[in-house]
Structures are given as C-alpha cells and as structure tokens.
Design a protein. Structure first.
Length: 98
C-alpha cells in the first residue's frame, strides 16, 4: 500500500503508477497540471468519492456553483482550506482506504 509521501514522490514520474485506481489517478493527473485529463477520469464515476474529487476539481477551476453541486453529491460542505490542503486530505483518505 502506498503512503502519501510515496504518492507525492510518484508525481515526478512521466505517468501515474500503474497500480493507481481511477480516484488516485485523477488526483495524480491534477497534481501534474492536467486538469482536463483528471476531470475526464472522474466525471463518469457515480459515487461519493468521485463526487468529492469532482467537487475539488471544479473548485480549483473556479466554478464554485458547480463545485457546490458536487460537494452536495459527496455529502460534504465546501471546505475553507486551501486547494493544496484539500488535495492532501482527499489523497490521504483514499490511500487509507486502499
């Protein structure tokens, strides 16, 4: 099982590690400045984890109305923390579940 430090170290690679699930792959792509690919990976997954990532991506994009919709679908409030802090919280949560 990968930890947050190993995940962050993998960000220097050319492509995401092969063993990443779609959720973590989306966040990996986002951290590598590929918002469009990150969004494409997550947009068709219909669960609360995907909704949380989808919300985060739209918050990062600056589309707070759309972000609020997805936070609601995820059962979460729009956070008051930085985007980096939220990214870290999502990644940590997902890594603990894997």
């Amino acid at each position: 099982m990968m930890n947050i430090n190993e995940f962050k170290e993998s960000l220097s690679q050319d492509k995401p590690p092969a063993n990443l699930n779609a959720y973590l792959r989306s966040l990996w792509l986002d951290a590598n400045n590929d918002w469009d690919s990150a969004h494409a990976v997550i947009q068709d997954i219909e669960d609360k984890k995907a909704a949380w990532i989808h919300a985060y991506l739209h918050r990062k994009e600056g589309d707070n109305g759309n972000a609020r919709y997805w936070y609601n679908r995820a059962g979460k409030e729009m956070p008051q923390v930085s985007l980096d802090e939220e990214w870290g919280a999502i990644v940590s949560t997902l890594l603990q579940e894997s």
